[in-house]
Write a protein that binds this ligand. Structure first.
Ligand code: ADP
Ligand code: ZN
Ligand code: ZN
Length: 745
């Protein structure tokens, strides 16, 4: 039979043949999709694997004496044909190993942690009774063990037996195993179902009567669902237009016809508030899946889903793998959010794309919801590649907050000294504080520096090829483009205006807090950045303290922009809008626009009107002006031209291969060799329109003590990149302990 290993690298990701012990294994219902343990390599190390194909039993391939499968893991539910098909699609589409994809379909790590070893009687009850009452056993502890096992037919752990009988070790059990009287089996430990998030005391709301544009969108999508065919639709609704209410009423309709719904939300948006709203409306038919669940909680939720005890699954990225049956709709809320993409962990999958694969299998509808759709998705809607519904007005009729942009060039000229915030912003913060209202202040990224901005014309020095800001490396006095690897000596003069003064600093949250403290000494200030949220609960801790008005001012990085509603916040300040727009990534403008829009939507959500203040040098840039005006179309029209001109997605397909290891030089040299190999393959195949860029440093130069170098491949189709990668894996030599990550844009 053929198996794939659960833990493997691309090089070892092939189907391995093993023999089956016909009597033993088939009796244990081994089939395609079953989890097994196999002896692997010269040392016969036991490794988890999945049965991929059933071959005629007992035969030797190429005269190699095949080994036998060592065990069948009955406690992990076998994957069904649909799941196996998805695994294969993921393997092909994300270029991950089959094992990487398979692991997504097991409650994370659950197959290790949830498994308990239990002792069972290995003989029929009557035989055991004879032994207990007979003379074959002379050891009273052994007899006692057998006796309590006859009383506990569901099996017992070794520990339980030891504690009941007061045994010091497991030698009694071991002896009984040797004698063939008891056996050990692995079993999933099921837990009582607990609501994993405490939602007591949360305010929830009754179903609203839909406004006419909500009703129209609702009716359209319900009709799509009832068609029973795969379809995609974008629900483009401004902040506060009541998208959630539309989702919930669609879900009600789906429930009425006995089908299931899945709602995917960004990591940060799965708040107790949101869960409370869903459970208040739908009761116990909701399963919640998020990354803070313990393995056993997740296992329990999956069990409920598998048994069809729930009809609604709401969760973050990995919930897309939940074993839902009879799925009619997958709603992807805040479709543009980056947390749908698995950036750090293998496999690098995009939950939105997996959702599409699943929906196709199930003839279900994918509904994308956002106030600021990603350019990629909106482009597809514009090109009639998916349906489009818009919600243009706010449900509660509250006006959008007033937005004010300060031109920092003028402010600096008129003298601000060392201070980070200008006088006008200071005045507003004091005024807001004096009224007993809350303020949020954003700085982009903690202590971020590296980009070089001209003090004269405020242009950031960018790569000529990519239009992406370059990073300054002081040791070599060079500017380096982290996207294509292009490098130049730092110019003496600004190429735009000739000024010789450059600025390469961004303020950190800490410095900002000091300034605010000096401004209003008695104000209570909370800081939220990567430092203060280092602990697991630090993040939600700070947010809930701020929500319960334990502080007047919250200072933070973009982390504070998303998710939570703070009804008390009436003033939002952005200190350095430029550094946000100038990130070293072709998506920088998109992210900046989304953030400005979100921030603007954050102020004045409740009864009080809100105000947004933005400090910027490049005050005319479109992400900023469009964001401040809440004008999506203005942003999109500008951005799509840039993408087309520079040939970025959606006008091309792009893939990054990331190499990382402790030794910087070695990683670089290895990556360089791979660039050559890739270019060779492209030449040999006479491929036009394929570009290999790099090696270039990752924006995170070093992570977890490992240096990172990237290669980027650009082509006009994903298929072309995948073909090249397949050939490359065959000629690529293993680079010692250099880790390789492959991700697609
Ligand atoms: P979005 O997700 O589109 O930003 P929300 O779903 O958060 O918007 O809705 C904003 C507010 O409007 C919520 O408080 C919600 O209860 C309310 N709301 C939604 N639909 C209606 C409606 N038809 N009539 C009145 N209020 C509504
Ligand atoms: Zn200049
Ligand atoms: Zn470049």
């Amino acid at each position: 039979m053929g198996v794939y290993l659960l833990q493997s690298t691309n090089e070892f990701d092939i189907e391995y043949s093993y023999l089956v012990n016909v009597e033993r294994d088939y009796a244990r219902k081994i089939k395609r999709g079953s989890f097994v343990t196999v002896p692997f390599g010269r040392t016969n190390k036991p490794i988890r694997a999945v049965v991929w194909s059933i071959l005629p039993p007992d035969r030797d391939i190429n005269n190699v004496k095949l080994k036998y499968i060592s065990d069948v893991c009955e406690n992990i539910p076998a994957l069904d044909d649909k799941q196996l098909k998805l695994v294969w699609q993921m393997h092909e589409y994300f270029f991950c190993t089959v094992g990487d994809a398979i692991r997504c379909f097991i409650a994370k790590e659950g197959y290790k942690a949830r498994v308990v070893k239990k002792v069972f009687l290995a003989k029929p009850r009557s035989d055991i009774d004879d032994i207990i009452n007979g003379n074959t056993l002379r050891n009273i502890k052994q007899i006692d063990t057998l006796r309590i096992l006859t009383e506990n037919t569901a099996g017992m752990t070794c520990k339980e037996i030891m504690s009941i009988l007061g045994l010091k070790g497991d030698s009694v059990v071991k002896t009984l195993i040797k004698k063939g009287l008891v056996r050990i089996e692995e079993e999933i430990q099921l837990q009582e179902y607990n609501q994993p998030v405490d939602v007591r005391g949360m305010n929830t709301y009754e179903a609203h009567v839909l406004r006419s544009e909500q009703q129209k969108a609702h009716d359209f999508i319900v009709r799509l669902v009832n068609n029973g065919k795969f379809a995609e639709c974008l629900l483009h609704g401004v902040t506060g237009s009541g998208k959630t209410e539309v989702y919930m009423q669609i879900i009600s309709k789906v429930m009425e016809k006995g089908s299931s719904s899945m709602v995917l939300v960004p990591e940060i948006a799965l708040t107790p508030q949101m869960i409370a709203n869903f459970t208040a409306r739908f009761g116990n038919t909701v399963a919640v899946l998020h990354s803070k669940l313990t393995d056993s909680q997740r296992g329990t939720q999956w069990q409920r889903i598998r048994n069809q005890e729930v009809r609604i699954i709401i969760g973050t990225r990995s919930a897309v793998f939940a074993p839902v049956k009879n799925l009619s709709i997958i709603i992807i809320d805040e479709e543009h959010d980056t947390s749908y993409y698995s950036e750090e962990a293998n496999p690098h999958y995009d939950a939105r794309e997996v959702a599409v694969m699943r929906a196709k299998q199930e003839n279900a509808v994918v509904l994308y919801g956002s106030a600021t759709p990603s350019v990629k998705t909106f482009y597809r809607a514009v090109n009639h590649d998916m349906y489009y519904m818009a919600l243009k007005s706010r449900a509660n009729n509250k006006p959008l907050p007033q937005c004010c942009i300060y031109d920092m060039r003028q402010k600096r000229l008129s003298g601000m000294g060392d201070s980070i915030i200008c006088d006008d912003m200071k005045t507003e913060i004091i005024k807001n504080y004096a009224q007993g209202l809350q303020t949020m202040v954003f700085v982009h990224r903690r202590g971020y520096s590296g980009q070089v901005m001209c003090a004269g014309c405020t242009k950031t020095l960018k790569c000529k090829k990519c239009n992406i800001p370059m990073t300054y490396h002081s040791s070599q006095n060079r500017l380096i483009c982290h996207y294509c690897g292009n490098t130049v000596i730092k110019p003496e003069k600004c190429p735009e205006c000739g000024s010789t003064e450059f600025n390469n600093q961004c303020p950190g949250t800490q410095k900002l807090c000091q300034e605010l403290h000096a401004l209003i000494p008695e104000a209570r200030i909370l800081r939220m950045d990567a430092d203060s949220t280092a602990t697991k609960d630090g993040y939600s801790d700070i947010l809930s303290r701020f929500a319960s008005k334990e502080a007047d001012i919250l200072v933070g990085t973009q982390m504070i922009a998303k998710g939570h509603d703070f009804p008390g916040v009436t003033l939002v300040c952005i200190v350095n809008a430029d550094s946000l727009m100038n990130m070293q990534d072709y998506l920088a403008s998109e992210r900046a626009f989304q953030l400005f829009t979100q921030v603007a939507g954050r102020a004045g959500r409740a009864e009080l009107p809100g105000k947004v203040l933005i400090q910027a040098y490049d005050v005319d840039s479109y992400p900023l002006t469009a964001g401040a005006n809440g004008d999506y179309m203005d942003f999109y029209k500008n951005e799509i031209i840039v993408r087309r001109n520079l040939d970025f997605p959606p006008f091309c397909s792009m893939c990054t291969i990331r190499f990382s290891a402790n030794d910087d030089k070695r990683v670089f040299l290895h990556a360089k060799t791979q660039v050559a190999k890739l270019r060779n393959i492209i030449c040999e195949n006479n491929e036009q329109d394929v570009l290999v860029l790099g090696p270039a440093r990752d924006t995170m130069i070093k992570m977890n003590k490992k240096y990172r170098w990237n290669i980027t491949i650009k082509a006009n189709s994903r298929e072309k990149i995948l073909q090249i990668l397949k050939r490359w894996i065959n000629v690529k030599k293993r680079g010692g302990n250099i880790t390789v990550n492959i991700k697609f844009e």
